[in-house]
Design a protein around this ligand. Structure first.
Ligand code: GLU
Length: 500
């Protein structure tokens, strides 16, 4: 099912409030906007809805821009990049909203309200006591226009409220959910301009969406309760409404309820996060983040799970969005990260591992790293594992615990003898390749009547001395003859200390 809006030149916006770090839900909304814009040759706009000074977080804007750029969701118009509708921060657009608020007053769709907080609280409590839904019940709605204007003119504190019809209903179309009807009597005379003269989100966003020619509004399901107010505002101005798309929410991993602050903090302790910036630090790829969140609310078919951003641009469609809420599944995230690590060219994986190695003070060089990557990328889940997989390649020496050099079911003396023979065999090898090493040592295992795991485990501990390491012979090939043999000889000395 398509709409007339779909055939217009698409203009979509991501319009977050700068209240904290960009999280999964916001990133997904941004991505769906981006996909529709890229797919149709339209424009993707980034607007900052910062009229709520109380919740304003001064670091949020930078995080937002960094996170979107890291994800590869570059906007065409908006903060930082500019465009025909500057400024794109609502706090800088105060003068733009004023005439629109005025127009609503003049047309009888809004009114000045002079009620004090105390009066409003008392009225709310009275209504509660009577068991009715609390809404604005003060006298200002009915004030004659001249009286109200006169009070404004003398500088009396006031807000502007939307004059909600008291009866009747409003039916609005949500692209995912179909027609939704709201009874007006259940709606309030919402404040649309605060006493500081700044509009609240409800007015500012509608005015901006109209002025900026927004054709499709993607936003979270949490905006459904105030959706009728938004439609009333559009209709009061007589503007053409955008396509409204209220996206599903993300639920806690348990599937029970929305994410809470407490849950988010608890997650952090287990190395999981819903914040984009922190995902980067944990070694996730932006490609995996996008793939994972794209499928939390949208599907292409029942079987395809791997999508690059380009695939998503081609395949995304509004009609395949799913309104059911999805539980956050971090195992899937790991799964996608692994898939995307394996889909990258080794050079790219190496380049992206580098910062993690630097942070762990591992003096890795690109050439060696490039030889290691094919050995580890099959098993890597996140890039931050790179140090634990690769550290031993870049050390001058390793110090295995002497007990780790005693093979299972062997004595120290037997282990020493086996290691000595293996070292001698390797020394005698004409070429230092993993295949030559493996052939020679498998023959030795036979000859000594050992199990492969016994001898190879010993060699692994001697050369790598770390809990995880890539395949033994490939690793020794990369370490090179001198370093490998040096480590084996050092292990022999260590083992000697275990001999009685
Ligand atoms: N500023 C709103 C928010 O952060 C945006 C809602 C919308 O997209 O209309 O949730």
């Amino acid at each position: 099912m398509s709409s007339p809006r779909d055939s217009q030149s698409v203009r979509v916006r991501f319009a977050p409030s700068p209240t904290g770090l960009l999280h999964l839900g916001g990133a997904r909304t941004a991505m769906y906007n981006y996909l529709l814009a890229r797919q149709t040759g339209g424009q993707f706009i980034l607007r900052l809805e910062d009229t709520d000074q109380k919740r304003f977080d001064p670091t949020a804007e930078q995080d937002l821009k960094d996170s979107l750029r890291w994800l590869g969701l570059q906007w065409d118009e908006g903060i930082d990049v500019g465009g025909p509708h500057e400024p794109y921060r609502q706090s800088e657009r105060k003068a733009i909203y004023q005439p629109f608020a005025q127009q609503l007053i003049d047309s009888g769709h809004a009114f000045y309200c002079f009620c004090t907080r105390e009066e409003l609280d008392t009225s709310r409590q009275e209504q509660k006591a009577r068991g009715v839904q609390a809404r604005y019940a003060g006298p200002c709605r009915e004030l004659p226009a001249e009286t109200a204007h006169a009070r404004v003119a003398v500088g009396e504190d006031h807000v502007i409220r939307f004059k909600m019809p008291k009866d009747g209903s409003i039916t609005i179309v949500d692209r995912l959910r179909g027609d939704i009807t709201f009874e007006n009597r259940n709606l309030d005379d919402y404040v649309i301009v605060k006493s500081d003269g700044l509009p609240v989100y409800h007015l500012a966003a509608m005015v901006d969406d109209h002025l900026m020619g927004i054709t499709h509004v993607f936003r979270g399901e949490e905006w459904i309760p105030t959706f009728p107010l938004h439609a009333h505002i559009y209709r009061a101005f007589g503007w053409q409404e955008p396509e409204w798309v209220h996206l599903s929410l993300f639920l806690k991993p348990s599937g029970k309820g929305k994410m809470s602050k407490r849950e988010t903090e608890a997650m952090r302790l287990t190395g999981q996060t819903i914040f984009i910036k922190e995902m980067q630090g944990l070694g996730y790829l932006p490609e995996a983040v996008l793939n994972w969140i794209a499928l939390m609310g949208w599907s292409y078919d029942d079987s395809t799970e791997f999508f690059t951003l380009d695939d998503l641009i081609q395949k995304f469609s509004i009609d395949k969005l799913n309104p059911s809420n999805a539980a956050i599944d971090f195992r899937k995230f790991d799964h996608f990260n692994g898939l995307h690590i394996r889909a990258l060219a080794p050079e790219d994986v190496a380049r992206r591992c580098m910062p993690f190695l630097e942070q762990a003070s591992i003096p890795a060089d690109m050439d060696t790293l490039l030889r290691i990557i094919p050995l580890i990328r099959e098993r890597m889940v996140t890039l931050d594992e790179a140090p634990e997989w690769t550290a031993f390649f870049f050390k001058d020496s390793v110090d295995p615990a002497p007990e780790s050099l005693i093979a299972k079911d062997l004595t120290a003396a037997q282990s020493h003898a086996a290691l000595q023979r293996a070292t001698a065999e390797l020394e005698a090898l004409p070429e230092w390749t993993h295949t030559a090493m493996e052939t020679r040592l498998r023959a030795l295992v036979e000859e000594l009547g050992l199990k492969a795991g016994q001898l190879f485990g010993l060699l692994r501990n001697a050369t790598a001395a770390q809990p995880v390491s890539p395949p033994l012979f490939e690793s020794m090939e990369i370490l090179g003859r001198d370093v490998s043999l040096g480590r084996l000889r050092h292990a022999l000395t260590l083992l000697e200390s275990q001999l009685q």
